[in-house]
Design a binder for this molecule. Structure first.
Ligand code: SF4
Ligand code: SF4
Length: 892
């Protein structure tokens, strides 16, 4: 029921539970509210929103005053104005004249409104400005101690890096130990900067006039946070992006990359004109020259072609790439980076459930009673999802971390299971056996919804707790406890979340089946607060697969049956080939044996992301035609024959699909520089030219806008048929969304599985890894990502502040191993494997096990982890074993 009240003579209606400040704001009345973050509950700290209420004594703060029917409120009453002015005067007196003069945002506006030229008192403190963080400063001279920043850090991001310290006039915002912010646990997420009303926390970038703000989607990871980019009057993006409180995936949060990491679009080394290589030298070319050269190369090698699509580009970009491969070049040799991260998960889920997507939503993490996070360092890779995990732990959910490495989330976990790398099947089979043996299985659900249970249950006979302890190194009681908590959480359901820690192994598919079996036996899917989630890496890795950039399926995961092929032929006017194509790792091998002579690589850098880079370099070096379409001249582009310059995320329209199946709009904020064009435009131009050379019809690549591509895609994909650009204007939609009035689907498998019954798949523990430590290479190397760099760093190494935060390659070594080598933190090291070497700096940490070392994928100088990694792969999903190989360390 609505409440009606009068404010300054105007009637206004607000919902039950609203405050008087809500009513004031609804009328657009200018009332200071310095400590009130529009997206957070009131703090009531600044006392600047004082009002007078008829029939009530005193001057209450509007932010804390519940609105009541018939209330009469005055913001302009002389008493209210006089006291507010005094409060503002005191507030101003906390600021140094310099801060005051700069007219910091809300304080300056409020002071002006109350005709306050300056403070009547001078401050009794002098705090130095903390400039130790790379993107923003903490200027305590401009702080009014409202507490918005500390609340943002503690209650929104669940980090607690800053708090109010000191007393009386020495009270200030500070970090633990009162040192510099750079020495604290601050992750530079910028949540505090975004909420600060005075500019005490403000970006280092000089203020400038913002001419427009554009809502779009973060270009980095698969969380898919909503961001609002601000365009400066010089046409560049402002250094700091804003969050999007209404976005249900990110709920007003961002991490350091989304908030401060968009500057790569203006990098001075962007390639802004097409390039053609002649006699080993790059030459600038017109679009006609470059596209003709590319089309000649592809037409020459029509039967021996492979495309590597981009999981950073839009759904629409991906859709036209697979169409070029299938319709024009007649091959299903089209793949993308999911091969290198979650192909085992997708494959196992397709076999067991009939769908390769995450079953639940981030909201389910918030409502679960137990979260089991396996092989994922979410704080580094999916920081905004990590906030949901911290939040869940804070409100009493059981948090189980399964990871050979001590990741940040272990600090909040109820249980950390540190299994030996490569022993995951033994671990999860033993957990499943505990669930069966202790009567915790959801028997009715299993009987009604699954198949293959009996055979699978029998396959667990040897996976006793004793056996699992011997194989994994995890105490039996810890394994049993994890199984019990997962099967019977203290409330609601359980979510099983996993990352590349279990997929990038020769046992990747078996590992994925082991976790799926665990979820099935516990019946933990298909209801609120439950589900299975492979955390997707890149921003659009889900969408790239949905759009058909996989060799095993057509768009929308359609198989190659006659029915599917007929359907696609009706829309495309040409029948796609029926045999599955080569996956990316096979394409690389195909370069060596002649199966692949031409490649079209869009927005990917395989000479940084493939394992055993020397081998990959040799393979790509055999190509007759390598076309690279990207923003920068990176390692792969260097070896290309044609370079086609593509638009960045802020320079084009389209859609991304995040890890929870949410399709969201990407909107153009600025024009592309120079001759740069959007990917979909380039691919369509190329497709027409190749078709002409091969004597094929050129139709099917004549779109005027990405929305037309999207409409065609969903016309072929029933599960997304209800998602249109018009509907996306109101926010993202999660597929399945089959009809125009369907609200989208928060979780899958509530009533059925796409394949009918879910299937238990027996799996056995195989060899731990293809290459284990020995006398020559006594350490086990694991690789992963860093918070401050994205993957190989092609984008983030071009953002100065991110580079400041992580400027060099660090090798994490256990102190025991470091002592044997006689090295200290900061010492320069050489790391060698059977395939190559790199150089980096030692960082002594107990986060890795003795005998293990860790390096991130990011490339510094000429050092990249993949010079060392092993191309041995999972036989089914063909994912390389990035997570284990044998190395040795030497002093450099
Ligand atoms: S940047 Fe983020 S982590 Fe750092 S103090 Fe601010 S809110 Fe806390
Ligand atoms: S969590 Fe991922 S999507 Fe969100 S801001 Fe960070 S990088 Fe972007």
């Amino acid at each position: 029921m609505a409440i009606t009240l009068r404010v300054d003579g105007s009637e206004v209606e607000v919902p039950q539970g609203a405050t008087v400040l809500d009513a004031v704001n609804r009328l657009g009345i200018a009332l200071p509210q310095l400590c009130k973050d529009p997206d957070r509950p009131p703090l009531g700290a600044c006392r600047t929103c004082l009002v007078r209420v008829e029939g009530q004594r005193g001057l209450p703060a509007a932010c804390h005053l519940p609105a009541r029917d018939g209330m009469v409120v005055e913001t302009t009453h002389p008493d209210a104005q006089r006291v507010r002015k005094a409060v503002l005067d005191l507030t101003l007196s906390m600021l140094t004249p310099a801060a005051e003069r700069d007219g910091f945002s809300q304080v300056g506006i409020a002071a002006e409104h109350h005709r306050l030229a300056g403070a009547s008192w001078t401050p009794h403190h002098h705090f130095p400005v903390d400039t130790s963080k790379s993107f923003f400063v903490l200027d305590r001279e401009a702080c009014i101690l409202c507490g918005r920043c500390t609340t943002a850090c503690a209650d929104v991001q669940h980090i607690g890096a800053i708090s109010l310290i000191g007393r009386n006039h020495e009270a200030r915002v500070g970090v633990f130990g009162d040192g510099a912010m750079s020495g604290s646990i601050c992750t530079s997420c910028g949540q505090c900067v975004a909420t600060c009303p005075t500019g005490a926390l403000r970006p280092k970038e000089a203020p400038t006039r913002i001419v427009r703000r554009v809502d779009t989607t973060c270009p980095y990871c698969g969380v898919g946070c909503g961001i609002q980019v601000a365009v400066r009057e010089d046409g560049r993006l402002a250094g700091m992006a804003d969050d999007a409180p209404a976005n249900p995936s990110s709920r007003g949060m961002l991490c350091v990359k989304g908030r401060f990491g968009t500057g790569f679009v203006h990098s001075p080394d962007r390639i802004t004109t097409p390039m053609v290589k002649r006699e080993g030298m790059w030459h600038a070319a017109t679009w006609d020259e470059a596209l003709d050269a590319a089309a000649d190369g592809l037409a020459r090698n029509a039967g021996r072609f492979g495309a590597l699509a981009s999981a950073k580009a839009t759904n629409e970009d991906g859709y036209v790439i697979q169409k070029l491969a299938r319709l024009v070049l007649g091959t299903n040799n089209v793949d993308h980076c999911t091969r290198l991260c979650h192909s085992p998960s997708v494959e196992a889920m397709l076999v067991s459930m009939g769908s390769g997507a995450t079953s639940n939503s981030y909201q389910d993490y918030a409502e679960a009673g137990c979260l089991m996070v396996v092989g994922a360092d979410a704080s580094a890779n999916h920081p905004v999802i990590a906030v949901r995990f911290r939040e869940a732990a804070a409100r009493g959910a059981r948090l189980i971390v399964v990871n050979p490495k001590r990741v940040e989330l272990c600090d909040q976990a109820d249980l950390w299971i540190q299994e030996r790398p490569g022993t995951d099947v033994a671990l999860f089979n033993a957990m499943a056996k505990v669930i069966l043996d202790e009567g915790l299985a959801r028997r009715d659900w299993i009987a009604a919804r699954t198949e293959g249970f009996e055979a699978w249950a029998a396959s667990l006979a040897g996976y006793t707790l004793e056996h699992a302890e011997a194989v994994t190194g995890v105490p039996a009681e810890a394994i049993a406890q994890a199984a019990r908590w997962y099967a019977r959480p203290p409330f609601a359901g359980s979510c099983l979340i996993w990352g590349m820690g279990i997929t990038q192994h020769i046992n990747g598919t078996a590992n994925a089946h082991a976790v799926l079996n665990l979820s099935l036996v516990a019946g933990q899917m298909g209801f609120v607060g439950s589900g299975i989630s492979p955390l997707r890496g890149q921003n659009n890795v889900q969408g790239c697969g949905d759009a058909g950039c996989i060799p095993t399926n057509l768009p929308g995961y359609a198989d190659y049956s006659t029915v599917s092929l007929d359907r696609f032929e009706r829309v495309w006017g040409r029948r796609p080939p029926a045999a599955p194509g080569l996956v990316v790792t096979e394409m690389v091998e195909g370069c060596l044996d002649g199966r692949v002579r031409a490649m079209y690589v869009v927005g990917e850098n395989p000479l940084l992301s493939e394992p055993d880079l020397h081998h990959a370099e040799k393979a790509l070096g055999q190509l007759d035609c390598l076309i690279v379409q990207d923003l920068f001249m990176h390692e792969t582009a260097d070896r290309a024959h044609v370079f086609l310059p593509a638009a960045a995320f802020a320079e084009k329209d389209g859609t991304f699909t995040n890890s929870e199946r949410r399709v969201q709009r990407v909107r153009q904020a600025i024009p592309p520089p120079g001759e740069v064009k959007p990917d979909w435009w380039i691919t369509c131009e190329l497709a027409r030219r190749v078709a002409r050379r091969l004597g094929l019809p050129e139709r099917g690549f004549d779109y005027g806008h990405p929305s037309e591509i999207w409409d065609e895609l969903v016309g072929l994909w029933p599960a997304a048929a209800g998602i249109t650009y018009a509907r996306l204007e109101a926010g993202g939609l999660q597929w399945p969304c089959p009809t125009p009035d369907h609200p989208g689907t928060r979780f899958l498998y509530g009533e059925d599985f796409p394949r009918g019954r879910a299937r238990f798949v027996p799996v056995t523990q195989g060899a731990e890894a293809a290459e284990l430590p020995d006398a020559d290479f006594p350490l086990s190397l694991s690789t992963g990502r860093l918070l401050y760099h994205w993957h190989g760093g092609t984008l983030t190494r071009r953002v100065e502040g991110l580079l400041e935060l992580a400027p060099r390659l660090e090798i994490a070594v256990h102190p025991v191993d470091a002592r044997q080598l006689g090295v200290e933190t900061g010492d320069r090291l050489r790391m060698l494997s059977r395939r190559g070497e790199l150089q980096g700096y030692a960082r002594l940490t107990e986060a890795v096990r003795p005998g293990a070392v860790f390096v991130p994928f990011v490339k510094f100088e000429e050092s990249a982890a993949n010079f060392l990694t092993n191309s041995a792969h999972d036989p089914s999903a063909r994912i390389p074993e990035y997570k284990v190989c044998a190395v040795r360390l030497e002093r450099a």
